[in-house]
Each structure stands twice: as C-alpha cells, then as structure tokens.
Design a protein around this ligand. Structure first.
Ligand code: HEM
Length: 450
C-alpha cells in the first residue's frame, strides 16, 4: 500500500502548491493532514516525505544502502560528476574519509589564526561603508567562501584567489538558473566559468607539484596524496570536482546560518548582552584583543555555542534532503516504490513540539539538555552527514567573537520579518544591516596605557 497523500495534477503534481507558498507551510500542512509519512509529486517526480526521526534514520542510516543520493543532472554538470555527494559505495567511502580527516577538529584547529584574520577584515570592511547598509547574506557568502578557500588550499596567492572568486561567483549565479545552454544565459556562463575553475585548479596543482609541496595538510594536499587499495591516485577532474563540491556545500549553508544568527541576536537584546558578556571575558583575557583567539578558547563559549545550535534548529536551513529508492522498500506497512524520491524532512522534526517545546520560540537554553536521539539533525546523519560541521561551527564562533566585542549593528527598513529562499532560507532582502565600530572596551591594561 502506498502512503496517504495527494499526487496533485497530472505532470505538474503539487509543484505549484509547494512553490506558491512558504514551503514550510506546505510540509506542515501535509504532516497535520496525513501524519509522518505521506506521498506527493513534485518537480516531475513521485516522492514519499518522511517527518519522523525513526523514518529519517531508516533512510539515512540503517537502510541507507536502499536509497541513493539524487540531484538534477544540470547541478551534477555544474559542480562536477565526481563530487562525493553524488556517489555511494567504495568511491564515496574513500573520499569521505579523506574529506572528513581534512575537516576533523585536529585539522581545523590550525585554521584559527587564518579564519580570525578573514573575520576581522570582513567586519572592518562592513563598518567602513560610511553608514550605508550591507546585504548581510552576500557579505557572509564572501566570508564563508574565503574560509572555504583557506581550508582547501591554505594561504593562496592573490592572483589565484581573485580568479577563483570571480569564476566561482559566475558559477554561483548559474546554479539555480534555468538550465538552457545557449550563449549569454546564466547557465551557459556558469558552465564556462566551471571550465575556467578547472583550469585554475590545474595550475595550482602543477605549481604545488613543481615546488614539491605535496605534504601540505589542507584538503588539496589530502586529495593529491590519496591512493586507493589498488594504489590508484585521483585524476585532476576528480580533485577539482570535489573542491568545487566542498565550496558549494560550505558557502551558502554557513552564510545563511550566520545571517540568521545576526537576526536572532538583534531581535533579542538580552540574549545579545549574555553573548557579549561571555565573549568580552575572553577578549579581556586576551589583553583587549591584542593576543589572538586560541582553539582552546573557542571550545569554551557555552552560551554562543547554544545560540548556534538553536539557530541551526530554528532556521533549519537544510530543511530536507533527497534520496531515491534503488529497490521497492517497505516501511511501516507502506510501499516506497523503486525510483521514487524519498525526502526526510529535517525541519518538521526540528519544529515538532513533541521534541522541542514551544518550537517557534528562539530559546538557546533548551540545548542545556541534549535533544532526544535523531531529533536534531542540522548536519544530516548517516553516511552522507556533513563532514564540514566542525569548520562551520568554528568559523561562526570566531566571527561572533569579533562581532560582539567590537561592533554594533542595526537592521535597516521597517519590514524586518519574512523569509526568502535561494534555495536556502534567508531573512528578507538578505537582512540589510548598518554596521559600526564600538569605542574600544576599557580593560585594566589598556586603561593603564592610555
Ligand atoms: C551551517 C553550515 C552547514 C550546514 C547546515 C550543513 C548541512 C549539511 C547537511 C544536512 C548535509 C547532508 C545532506 C544529505 O544527507 O543529503 C551536508 C553534507 C555535506 N556538507 Fe555540509 N553543512 C554546512 C557546512 C558545511 C561546510 C563548511 C562544509 C565544508 C567544509 C560542508 C561540506 C559538506 C559535504 C562535502 C557534504 C556531503 C557529504 C557526503 O555526501 O558524504 N558543509 N551538509
């Protein structure tokens, strides 16, 4: 028996219903009407949507081998077909180990000084706009891109950095455009930019080989040194597809969440004061910011850390994911036919009052108690869970530290609420903000010297 639900109109299914309203309202309405498992038809595909922690675990963890990752062909072409998230089996397992080790705590802790420099430079530039509002999401994208580049290539020369930035931004504009490959279309420009990105990465690889820098411990170093059980290394295409894949996975997710954090803190001044107090203690213990932030200090920011967790829950920026059944699967008496898409709905689980009391209320203190198993999956779960979660949290902690200790911000415009999707949810108009620098905090040391 198929799960309950509606398949909508012939051909279009329920795609129009999904996109003509807030997608969250669509999923919530369906869950209220049909329960935790229901069928639908969107974007030309029949699918089964799953809104319970047990069902998400079934698809993503215990029976992951029955469901394969699935993405539109146009996206695969743009990112590169060898990127790990398009795969399962041996190739995926090997690459995943490699990516995971590049972003494990032991690896990302070395990035603290580099990320700190990027964060300070970004904040200084926002405060120097002479009262002009910034588009917060766009600025956060620049920040998360630069951190991504640092973690992949280490400190990259200015020429390569500019070329990567320029071409990646053209590619980025084409990701969500209609896939018509005619000259002048955003899609066509993106495909050309992707080709140039491949060429730039080839040059970087060549330079590393010439300078004998293959022992570097960044992601590129790991990719260049990789050998599978048969002793095979990765091709340049495999390397560049995975680099673009990581940039793609890292940029908009982190930028969207940071934008939400700024909004949540702005909307709750009491909470902002608590975060400031926590960060100012660290700032003062670093001689009023004269000494750099350390990895150990980033591990001791309990209030800020809970703000990040609650923002991940509240915004649930990866609201759901897609898989495809590779055989007919039975779950709880329902049939999921082979070839149908399966969508674990993370956001519905994160907003279910059974697991998170008063779920629409932003309350970081709820994370003083560990959530029930499988009810909190902002970074996914199972074989495809996010390998970049430590880096994402680290860059957020570092940016927030410098933000609240030295800067202030105000949301511009009367219409402060609302969400846009691109495709991740972002506060309306990318959250226009005015930024300025606070006068330096008086610490015993800098009082004495002034
Ligand atoms: C707030 C920031 C982030 C969020 C919320 C997030 C969320 C996720 C989620 C939910 C998945 C699993 C998708 C699925 O199961 O289909 C995922 C996968 C992935 N993420 Fe993240 N991510 C974030 C940041 C990052 C960063 C900074 C990196 C890289 C440094 C990264 C790299 C990846 C990669 C490579 C995958 C694919 C893993 C695989 O298929 O094995 N992510 N992410």
């Amino acid at each position: 028996m198929l799960p309950p639900g509606s398949m909508g109109w012939p051909c279009v299914g329920e795609t129009l219903q999904l996109y003509s309203q807030d997608p969250n309202d669509f999923f919530t309405h369906k869950q209220t009407r049909y329960g935790n498992i229901f069928k639908s038809h969107i974007l030309g595909c029949p699918c089964v949507m799953l809104a319970s922690p047990e069902a998400a675990r079934f698809v993503l963890v215990t029976h992951a081998h029955l469901f394969k990752p699935t993405y539109p062909k146009s996206k695969e072409k743009m990112i590169g077909p060898f990127a790990l998230f398009f795969h399962q089996g041996n190739y995926h397992t090997n690459l995943r180990k490699l990516v995971q080790s590049s972003f494990a705590p032991e690896a990302v802790r070395k990035l603290v000084p580099g990320i700190e420099a990027i964060a300070i430079s970004a904040l200084e530039s926002w405060a120097s706009t002479s009262g002009q509002a910034i588009h917060t999401f766009h600025e956060m994208k620049k920040f998360s891109f630069e951190v991504g580049i640092l973690s992949i290539f280490g400190h990259l020369g200015g020429k390569y950095m500019e070329e990567l930035k320029e071409n990646y931004s053209i590619l980025d504009k084409g990701y969500n455009s209609f896939p018509t490959n005619l000259p002048g279309t955003a899609y066509n420009k993106a495909i050309l930019a992707r080709k140039r990105l491949g060429e730039i990465m080839s040059e970087i690889i060549c330079e590393r080989r010439e300078k004998d820098l293959l022992v570097e411990k960044d992601l590129l170093g790991h990719l260049l040194n990789f050998k599978n059980e048969e002793g095979q290394t990765l091709s340049e295409d495999q390397i560049s597809d995975n680099i673009v894949g990581v940039l793609f996975a890292a940029q908009d997710t982190t930028a969207s969440l940071l934008t939400w954090i700024l909004k949540y803190l702005h909307d709750d001044q009491k909470l902002l004061e608590a975060v400031k107090a926590e960060q100012k203690m660290i700032y003062e213990s670093n001689d009023g910011g004269k000494r750099p932030l350390t990895w150990a200090q980033t591990r001791k920011m309990p209030i800020t850390h809970k703000v990040i967790l609650e923002s991940l829950r509240m915004a649930s920026i990866v609201s759901f994911t897609f898989r495809e059944a590779v055989v007919d699967v039975e779950y709880e008496g329902y049939l999921i036919p082979k070839g149908w898409k399966v969508m674990p709905l993370f956001r519905n689980i994160h907003h279910n009052p059974e697991f998170f009391v008063d779920p629409q209320n932003f309350d970081p203190s709820r994370f003083e108690v560990v959530p029930k198993p499988n009810t909190f999956m902002p970074f996914g779960t199972g074989v495809h869970a996010c390998p970049g979660n430590e880096l994402a949290k680290l860059e957020m902690l570092i940016l927030i530290h410098h933000l609240v200790t030295k800067f202030r911000w105000e949301v511009v415009g009367s219409q402060q609420s609302g969400t846009e999707y691109g495709p991740f949810p972002v506060p309306r108009k990318g959250l226009p903000l005015k930024f300025w620098k606070e006068s330096p905090i008086k610490t015993p040391n800098n009082c004495a010297s002034s």
